[in-house]
Design a protein around this ligand. Sequence first.
Ligand SMILES: Cc1cc2nc3c(=O)[nH]c(=O)nc-3n(C[C@H](O)[C@H](O)[C@H](O)COP(=O)(O)OP(=O)(O)OC[C@H]3O[C@@H](n4cnc5c(N)ncnc54)[C@H](O)[C@@H]3O)c2cc1C
Length: 406
Amino acid sequence: MSVSFWQRAASADSAAYDVVIVGGGLVGCATAYWLHRRRSQLRVAIVEAQSIGQGASGRNAGFLLQGTDTDYLTALDRHGPRRAKHFWRFTRDNRDLIEAELQGAAFDFTACGSMTVAGTEAEDARLQEAVSPLRAIGAPVVYLSPKETNRRLRARGFWGSLFVTSGAVVNPLNLVQQVAAESRAHVFEYQPVQRVTAAGDHYRVETDGRQMQTRQVVFALNAHLPQVIPALAAYVRPVRAQMLATAPTDRHLRLPAYTHAGAFYIRQGPGGEVLLGGARHRHAEAEVGYDDTTTAAVQNDLERYLHAHFPWAQGLDVTQRWSGTMGFSPDGLPVVGAVPGQPGNVWAAGFTGHGMSCGFRMGQLLAARVLGDARPDGYELFAASRFSRPEAGQMRASEAISDPSS
Ligand SMILES: Cc1cc2nc3c(=O)[nH]c(=O)nc-3n(C[C@H](O)[C@H](O)[C@H](O)COP(=O)(O)OP(=O)(O)OC[C@H]3O[C@@H](n4cnc5c(N)ncnc54)[C@H](O)[C@@H]3O)c2cc1C
């Protein structure tokens, strides 16, 4: 987009900030929020390429789940007991902080619990086995038999599930906008950052029509990080997620469900609309990249799943289809780090489809780091230094999961 004479004149007196945050999703806005909370006199700006929450943060299902994108046994295998427990606690803190800090009514915060539902007998066995280690870390989980699971969801064909009493859902776009408003940061929308360069003892942040000076920069770009800092491309790769919404119906689902090892996620919206996402696992190659369109292949799989498992949804019109870009990290956990050649600047990315479940708490971590805490709680868990030599080729392929409709 071109820049008018008036727009350039308005930005010519390049504003000066203490901290500029690049990216206006949940993580960027939460960083601004926590900076304001801890040091209200700081001058903070959020610079966003589109509008606040137009990226993945305003396009997701609004689940505030606990733990990783995998079942807890897989998290134990992959990350070890200490890190798996730490991450579970981090996501629990995220949910509790959202409830404690913000006026939940503005974003439909609903503390309904959530269900992790098995699509196969083997997954069911893993969920049952996970109950004891989860309870040992204080996770409030209850195993539900296949019969009880299908009864609660008014569904058919599912195996057992874990009912996580602390799960919650939100309207994600309203949440992000609320966090941005409460941060009191100066928000610049439709200003894609083109470059950040060192200029003496400060940094210069440049968009097409604006220049800002700042002492520190936080890059909260998730999937888009490599587009602004190509040197960090090994830590995050863009992966598309697709969803659909149906016409409203009676309230059949009282709580959100995450099924088939996370391959599908389903809830009802405030008006009774069915919101369903996933089916990416069958189209893993096609779903990599920044292309923000829906495809018939994934959307048809979503509809097949809906009709196979939820008889009450048959005949409901699909009223909306959309997609968003997630950022996947090499090991499934978010990554934070220092920006090469830019002392004091930090980045966070790689939320691997679960950034709502930890993004508000991540903002607290990033704010602490900006304010000089060398190792705020969680920093070691997520530090980029855990990868000795991250290379794109080492990145985990999408989870091998069962065919849900078989
Ligand atoms: C369909 C879908 C369903 C999902 N469901 C869930 C769920 O239920 N629960 C959950 O926990 N997670 C879910 N996720 C993942 C979650 O949405 C993300 O992990 C989370 O939003 C990441 O937040 P973020 O702030 O890091 O990134 P984003 O929200 O992507 O924010 C990054 C921002 O940077 C901006 N930007 C890009 N380039 C520039 C630039 N050059 N200059 C300035 N700004 C720039 C983008 O416009 C964007 O707004 C889902 C994602 C999708 C797509």
